[in-house]
Ligand binder design. Structure first.
Ligand SMILES: Cc1cc2nc3c(=O)[nH]c(=O)nc-3n(C[C@H](O)[C@H](O)[C@H](O)COP(=O)(O)OP(=O)(O)OC[C@H]3O[C@@H](n4cnc5c(N)ncnc54)[C@H](O)[C@@H]3O)c2cc1C
Length: 309
């Protein structure tokens, strides 16, 4: 059995989710190869070669893959992946954009967002916003799988010494082109990789009040997230949304402030190791999943907490 893991990267560094995906591959067992498709991505390939458990890195360095357009990358993966037992990518926006196309081109079903590996052909994945866990067995010749990063502890980024092999195949479908991107810049940790997340909900009342959460987060070295209600109300941008239709996080500590705890929000954070809730309504459902609950007005509790940190 040989498994192909698709590296998540920006042509400069390997994204942390790749380490969780390699961990899922290691649970399946067998040889693990990593594909780096990009342009000028040699440093990514070198870093991928050091990931513990990786035995080979394939580097497809070509202008067609510069922005990892799915129309170009998917045929590459389908061509290379046909000889593998499994193809794995992180269930990020990128992975979710590319892998269904790969599955279609290989004429197999995709197995989405696995959270555990039961055996080489059997996996667990959440359904109904995490209200039920399905056990899925696949008979596909090549198993095309996206991996929910929070389900697997990352492997070590160092320790391996895989060989890097260049791949010449260039697929330019010519059906899409890269126009531009606007990336949110923040000195705070990335939401899905942060060890501590402080999230605000509708109870914050407006975007300006998020300054209380930023102040607390900066002292804790935390990322700041939000409920969908806070995003929909325009308090904060939507890349901060945690939940079923936002980001899935599982930090060591999740502090939910002015968030009621709707099932769609819980779907994105209930696997956090320790959950703290601050809410003035003692009946709020968030307290059912919280390890520590503070029934208080957030505008008093958060500044007080910040002073104590
Ligand atoms: C298909 C679908 C997908 C969805 N996806 C998501 C998702 O990804 N993420 C998500 O979050 N939601 C999602 N939702 C929306 C979800 O159902 C809830 O509407 C949303 O999570 C509520 O956000 P909230 O807790 O901030 O607001 P509310 O439910 O309005 O809760 C606000 C809370 O703040 C408390 N509060 C108010 N003032 C204070 C104060 N001064 N001090 C302390 N506490 C205070 C209140 O007691 C209340 O509990 C989705 C819904 C649907 C239908």
């Amino acid at each position: 059995m040989t498994i192909l893991v698709i590296a998540e990267h920006d042509n400069k560094v390997v994204a942390p989710a790749t380490l969780n995906t390699v961990a899922a591959a290691a649970k399946i067992g067998g040889d693990i190869h990593v594909l780096v498709a990009g342009q000028g991505a040699g440093a990514v390939a070198e870093a991928a070669a050091k990931i513990a458990g990786v035995s080979k890195v394939l580097l497809a360095d070509n202008a067609a893959y510069a922005h990892q357009l799915p129309e170009n990358v998917a045929p590459l993966i389908a061509e290379l992946g046909a000889g593998y037992s499994h193809i794995l990518a992180a269930a990020t926006s990128n992975g979710k954009n590319i892998l269904p196309r790969v599955a279609a081109q290989l004429d197999v079903d995709q197995i989405s967002e696995i959270i555990s590996v039961e055996s080489a052909d059997t996996f667990k994945r959440p359904i109904y916003a995490g209200n039920a866990i399905a056990t899925v067995q696949s008979t596909a010749s090549v198993k095309v799988i996206t991996v929910r990063a929070t389900g697997f502890d990352p492997v070590a980024a160092e320790g391996g010494s895989a060989a890097v092999e260049a791949v010449a195949a260039a697929h330019d479908a010519g059906t899409s082109s890269f126009v531009g991107e606007e990336l949110a810049k923040s000195d705070r940790p990335e939401l899905t990789a942060a060890k501590i997340v402080v999230s605000g909900g509708r109870g914050m009342q407006n975007g300006d009040n998020f300054k209380h959460l930023y102040a607390l987060a900066d002292k804790l070295g935390a990322a700041v997230g939000a409920s969908r209600a806070a995003v929909d109300a325009g308090f904060v941008p939507n890349d901060m949304q945690v939940g079923q239709t936002g980001k899935i996080v599982a930090p060591q500590l999740y502090i939910a402030v002015g968030i009621s705890g709707a099932i769609q929000h819980l779907a994105g954070m209930k696997d956090s190791k320790v959950i703290v809730a601050i809410n003035k309504d003692e009946e709020a459902p968030i307290f059912q999943v919280a390890d520590y609950g503070l029934v208080a007005d957030l505008f008093e509790a958060v500044p007080e907490l910040e002073k104590l940190v």
